[in-house]
Design a protein around this ligand. Structure first.
Ligand code: SF4
Length: 381
């Protein structure tokens, strides 16, 4: 829906991506999220078979709790439409038109079943108000890394907010990081290494994968147990050297702030008390990602030094191979990464979001299903 239509209709669906230069203020928002019924209700404004199908999956007594009548639905739809700040898109199924009819709400809003637009108009580039313009943009390291990898990926996932597709493994890396942190906390609290039984109990209570079915859960749990066991067998002494876990950092640059958290900080690097070493855990074997981890560790080292911490070393720890690789955090390296981060921020804030498709990259990209530049086959979607 074009901007001029906003006079007639208070906008809906869609993004405030005009605010693209304010990384924390961007967002794609859809009506189903507004209604908090992502699975039960229609994914687009259509009537018909979707309701019949959801009836099979979610019986009436379960749905009743969430559903109102048409008046309620219309009101929710209106509320959702009035949430968008800059742009409103209405969508409906195209290829399934024999089974799906456009929603009466859509017809009411558009005056008839509207023709499908070939290309969606995007909002104009955002110009911050003079007050906002003085505030430095703040973004997480992962946002910066997404932008570096493919600016379009940053735009779709971090700025517009398209969610990754659900996968059984979703959360696997995070839950391993969580368990290692809990094991470290336990060692620090008690002043001694946790027993095998305590570690097992932590796994029982806190290993969590929200989207895995039982067989996948068991398989991933066994894999995680073997990674953690290997870590504890090879690097057990680390647990008594832990200075802090999940330590937040903020690197202040002239044109923005980069934030993040270091997995672990060890004390007594080189056997000297007060000499700190950053350690980042890597759960999957992906040599392509090593440069990103090295970039991240150097950013955190620069941020730590900015706070007065005596960061002397950094390591990338591959849990699968049980190998720890040193990463350069020399002053020359941290100066270089600061320059690189600054350049990326300048480009991001100026609203430059070209796609950088590559087969290998696109196949693993979280937003490949909604990216028109994706270089991957149907089976990868
Ligand atoms: S699918 Fe490829 S081109 Fe598209 S956003 Fe992802 S990495 Fe970039």
């Amino acid at each position: 829906m074009r901007r001029a239509d906003n006079q007639r209709l208070p906008s809906m669906f869609g993004s405030n991506s005009r605010r693209i230069s304010r990384p924390r203020c961007c967002g794609y928002f859809d009506v189903d999220r507004a209604k908090a019924l992502p699975q039960l209700r229609k994914a687009a404004p259509v009537d018909g078979a979707a309701d019949r199908r959801s009836e099979k999956v979610f019986p009436t007594d379960v749905r009743r709790r969430y559903e109102g009548g048409e008046t309620e639905e219309r009101r929710l739809f209106y509320v959702a439409m009035t949430r968008a700040r800059d742009m409103l898109y209405l969508s409906r199924f195209q290829r399934k038109k024999n089974r799906f009819q456009p929603s009466t709400f859509l017809v009411d809003v558009a005056g008839s079943d509207p023709p499908i637009a070939k290309k969606l108009p995007l909002p104009e580039a955002f110009t911050p108000s003079p007050d906002e313009g003085q505030e430095l943009p703040q973004l997480s390291f992962s946002e910066l890394a997404h932008y570096q990898d493919c600016p379009m990926r940053y735009r779709l996932s971090d700025s517009l907010g398209f969610q990754p597709q659900l996968a059984t493994e979703l959360g696997y890396g995070k839950t391993i990081h969580h368990l290692l942190r809990r094991i470290s906390d336990l060692a620090r609290e008690k002043g001694k290494l946790p027993t095998a039984k305590q570690v097992e109990q932590l796994f029982d209570e806190e290993f969590y994968l929200p989207f895995a079915n039982q067989p996948a859960f068991e398989q991933l749990s066994a894999r995680a147990t073997s990674l953690v066991d290997k870590y504890l067998a090879d690097y057990r002494d680390d647990l008594m050297r832990i200075w802090e876990t999940e330590r937040p950092f903020a690197l202040h640059l002239a044109n923005g702030v980069v934030t993040g958290r270091a997995d672990v900080i060890l004390d007594r690097e080189g056997d000297v008390v007060g000499n700190l070493a950053l350690v980042d855990y890597k759960t999957a074997a992906d040599p392509q990602a090593d440069n990103v981890y090295a970039f991240q560790l150097a950013i955190y080292a620069a941020a730590g030094r900015g706070e007065g911490l005596n960061v002397r070393a950094a390591y990338l720890h591959s849990l699968k191979e049980g190998e720890r690789t040193p990463v350069s955090v020399e002053d020359a390296t941290t100066d270089q990464v600061k320059r690189r981060a600054s350049t990326l921020i300048t480009s991001l804030v100026s609203g430059d979001f070209p796609a950088a498709p590559e087969k290998k990259k696109c196949r693993c990209c979280d937003v490949r299903a909604v990216c028109q530049h994706a270089l991957c086959g149907k089976k990868d979607l």
